[in-house]
Design a protein around this ligand. Structure first.
Ligand SMILES: Cc1ncc(C[n+]2csc(CCOP(=O)(O)OP(=O)(O)O)c2C)c(N)n1
Length: 450
């Protein structure tokens, strides 16, 4: 859909700027400081339109260094994030002093830095530097977006993250954030119809006060990679609330009465009935879950307190540091459980020496007293089909970036840090990649003798 929007659009950068500033106002920014420039022209025009509509106060300043400090003062007096628009090149670097002050005084600033397309960096093109990193360690984070991505939802998502992080709405640590926007000519024109954003809120809770979720909507919990303690909490919460729990193995929530073993094969047939998804941890394993988390016709509640909440489909509608779940319709869980039992009969027909067969056999041998390290490629997906068991080991997998490197050493480290026996289930390439880590004990012995 976005593709059609853009292939027909005469000035994607003008539209991107209009969407970005529409979202800036939508998330509650009231003041925008703008410095003149040509690459930033789409943002300047969009800011002028927003001011004309009475949605922001626009402050024009010539010198970016002063503009940064002016924005700092505004943010200090209003207590809200203030946006500063600058053009590409040295203009960005001129924000450094104000961002330094904002970082250490914890003042919310959003630096909207206009940039040239990444393909021009390093070619000697005019006014083109690598702007990601140019402000060093000063911003809390650098959010990157590109007009050429043709994705209004991505642009809105970037602004939401930037403002939430700058204001410390989840972390309670405000500060400066840089949003670097790659823009390509034409830089002036008509934005036309600006596609509307989806609803979005961040619950401003007091620390330790979870948001109660209305038990009404047909809800599923998606649990991705997280610690054993957090996973156990989610399994119990889902069980109490009778909410189907779609839990990846390294969520450590794949246990209890609400866990649905074959969820990734059942999701397509339940997709139309689902009304709300609660996301915990960092889910990455399967395409049906990614598709679910990309839907905009659902309420998607992401439970995360870090400011870096997972939202690869740009569709989170609520972000909250903690939630409580009311008891839902037990019939809803019963439907999932019945479908899961029927699916089990088919999964169990897979050969014992298949990946899922081996993973299930291994899990059947392990108890709460064991720890299991799963290779980040097929082994974790195989374990994701295993039956739900009462006794389950602590499960670990390097799913942060899903590398197959260092898995043997990771397992060693888990064994060294805990008291449980550790079993690792990895593929042959994963084992070979890190086979030298098996020499660890030998190496220590040798250095002792040196
Ligand atoms: C460091 C790193 N290099 C390359 C990859 C790409 N990659 C993903 S899966 C895979 C093959 C893994 O094979 P194996 O360990 O035998 O496991 P399985 O085939 O059972 O998934 C590779 C090379 C990766 N994820 N991480």
């Amino acid at each position: 859909m976005t593709q059609d929007l853009f292939s027909a659009h005469p000035a994607p950068s003008v539209l991107a700027a209009a969407v970005v500033l529409d979202e800036i106002a939508a998330v509650g920014v009231t003041d925008l400081v703008c410095c003149p420039g040509s690459r930033s022209a789409p943002l300047a025009y969009a800011a002028a339109a927003l001011e004309a509509a009475g949605r922001i106060r626009l402050h024009m300043r010539l010198d970016e260094r002063g503009a940064g400090f002016f924005a700092l003062g505004l943010a200090k007096s209003t207590g809200r994030a203030v946006a500063v628009v600058v053009t590409s090149g040295t203009a960005v670097a001129n924000l450094a002093p104000a961002l330094a002050e904002a970082r250490f005084a914890q003042v919310p600033l959003v630096a909207l830095t206009a940039d040239r397309p990444a393909t021009l960096v390093g070619t000697g093109a005019n006014q083109t530097a690598d702007q990601v990193g140019i402000l060093g360690a000063l911003p809390l984070s650098v959010v990157r977006l590109s007009a050429m991505d043709l994705a209004p939802a991505a642009w809105r998502s970037a602004i939401r993250r930037a403002v939430v992080e700058a204001e410390g709405r989840l972390t309670r640590r405000p500060g400066p954030v840089q949003v670097n926007i790659e823009l390509t000519p034409p830089l002036v024109g008509e934005p036309g119809q600006v596609p509307a954003g989806t609803p979005f809120r961040v619950d401003p809770v007091a620390p330790g006060r979870p948001i109660p979720l209305d038990p009404g909507p047909k809800t599923v919990i998606v649990a991705g990679d997280m610690s054993p303690a957090a996973g156990r909490w989610w399994a119990q919460a889902a069980d109490r609330a009778q909410v189907p729990l779609l839990a990846e193995p390294s969520s450590n929530a794949r246990r209890g009465g609400a866990a649905i073993a074959g969820y990734r094969y059942l999701l397509p047939s339940f997709a139309a009935a689902i009304e709300r998804v609660v996301v915990a941890g960092h889910p990455t394993l399967s395409r049906p879950v990614t598709a679910l988390l990309s839907r905009t016709d659902l309420e998607i509640v992401v439970v995360d307190a870090s400011g870096q909440w997972p939202d690869p489909g740009w569709s989170a509608s609520t972000v909250a540091p903690a939630v409580t779940l009311g008891v839902g319709d037990p019939g809803w869980l019963a439907q999932w459980s019945a479908a899961d039992r029927r699916l089990r009969e088919r999964i169990d027909q897979l050969p014992a020496w298949s990946g899922p067969g081996l993973a299930a056999a291994l899990l059947a041998l392990l108890t709460d007293d064991d720890a299991l390290v799963l290779g980040a490629s097929n082994p974790i997906r195989d374990a994701d089909l295993a039956p739900i068991r009462t006794l389950t080991p602590e499960v670990y997998s390097n799913r942060g970036l899903a590398g197959i490197d260092g898995t043997v050493a990771t397992a060693w480290g888990i064994a060294a840090g805990g008291s449980r026996p550790v079993v690792a289930l990895v593929g042959d390439l994963t084992a070979l990649h890190d086979i030298s880590s098996l020499a660890r004990a030998e190496y220590r012995h040798k250095t002792k003798n040196c």
